[in-house]
Design a protein around this ligand. Structure first.
Ligand SMILES: Nc1ncnc2c1ncn2[C@@H]1O[C@H](COP(=O)(O)OP(=O)(O)OP(=O)(O)O)[C@@H](O)[C@H]1O
Ligand SMILES: [Mg+2]
Length: 268
């Protein structure tokens, strides 16, 4: 990596709408970024989907990202909880900070602590010089965990399902970033929106997908919109196998993620 990139570029993937393709986006970007430099994928969603897709299914005996944001006495270092994905080794360039349901208990435990919105940023500080990229998955709702993911990051990517609900979620995410900025938090630059589950019937884009992308352009005229990820059962299959679309040879489906990776690398 170039000289200017001593510290990791930290990327949050967030959208205040369930099922918008956040975890799919993190999985693809994390694997693709690991081809460019050492990458840490942080699962910051109590659902733990990213951990599961990367083969980390049993966390009963392991500490997770939850332990890194707890109040002083119980807190662990992020280095102590990082694991390798257990389904593909990728030459050791991709590591995971896993999560499970205990993250929602940790969120409750820090609810009254001062500075609680920046505990993930504090947790990642000791490792930012050890990675080229750190990418963070987040839950779909407004709350401390989502604020932590956003405020730990330099860049924000907003995956948006091509439905009215998806568009509302993207606009709410944009408004949240503005609200945090107004409160003098240091907010990430919004790299752009990735429309997901863009449905086509043969050669024709469905009316709902087309309307969703038009609505995004109208509602957020100053935000970059990447190419969209088509709706395809292949995506579900690659997610469950813990592969990127590119690793599965699905270059045209992966094209939007190639664009996002280029934009992340260019921003370094
Ligand atoms: N382009 C796509 N085509 C078909 N299915 C997709 C596509 N993208 C994601 N999916 C599937 O849609 C579901 C939701 O995707 P994903 O888990 O990435 O969204 P999410 O925003 O992380 O959801 P949550 O808000 O629950 O965390 C998953 O089952 C995933 O496999
Ligand atoms: Mg998810």
């Amino acid at each position: 990596m170039p000289e200017s990139s001593k510290l990791a570029t930290v990327i949050a993937v967030a959208c205040l709408s369930g099922g918008s393709g956040k975890t799919t986006t993190v999985l693809n970007l994390a694997i693709m970024l690991s081809q460019k430099g050492k990458t840490l994928a942080v699962d910051f969603d109590p659902q733990g989907n990213l951990s599961q897709w990367l083969g980390i299914t049993d966390l009963s005996e392991s500490a997770t990202i939850a332990e890194t944001i707890l109040p002083d006495t119980e807190r662990m270092q992020v280095k102590e909880i990082i694991q390798y994905p257990s389904n593909e080794d990728r030459e050791g360039r991709l590591l995971v900070a896993p999560s499970d349901y205990s993250l929602s208990r940790a969120s409750d435990a820090i609810a009254m602590e001062p500075g609680r919105e920046r505990f993930l940023k504090r947790a990642l500080k000791p490792v930012v010089s050890e990675y080229d990229f750190i990418i963070i998955d987040s839950p779909p709702s407004k709350g401390i965990l989502t604020y932590n993911a956003i405020l730990a990051s330099d860049l924000l990517v907003i995956p948006t399902e091509c439905t009215p609900k998806g568009v509302t979620g993207a606009v709410s995410t944009f408004v949240l970033v503005q609200e945090l900025a107004e409160l003098d938090f240091q907010v990430p630059a919004i790299l752009g929106i990735v429309p997901t589950r863009d449905a086509w019937a043969g050669a024709n884009q469905t009316r709902m997908s087309k309307a969703a992308i038009t609505a995004l352009l109208e509602a957020l005229p100053n935000i970059h919109i990447f190419s969209s990820v088509r709706q395809s059962t292949v995506v579900q299959q690659t997610n469950h196998a813990g592969w990127s679309l590119l690793e599965a040879g699905e270059k045209s489906l992966a094209q939007p993620y190639i664009e996002v990776v280029d934009a992340i690398v260019r921003s370094k």
